[in-house]
Ligand binder design. Sequence first.
Ligand SMILES: [Zn+2]
Length: 124
Amino acid sequence: MLGVDVALLPQPNEDIEDEMLWEHSSNGGLTVTSAHEAIRAKGNKPFWASVLWNAILHPRTAAIGWKIFRGTMHTDDKLQSMKFKLASRCITCKQQCETQQHLLYECEFAKKCWNYVTTTFQLH
Ligand SMILES: [Zn+2]
């Protein structure tokens, strides 16, 4: 009726027990890694991903870098936006509110640090 001759189909091997196989792995075994890989959202990697997620950087350093690139450091302005009531002041210059932008780029101390690093490693 469907154009399939049932007699020509392979017969099940009754000597071998059926077993469950995980289709997302090469050996059929379910692992946390293969399950995560199967369900995670896949998209374009940001330019900084290969810099942060490698064996050279300590995981703690990579995590801090990830927070910086994602803009999720818990600076005072972020805490205030989460309804924490606190006065904000940069811990180094004591002149401005603590924001990620200020801490990393605008603060005079940060500028001196960047200047030292770029001069020492001749980065321009
Ligand atoms: Zn400052």
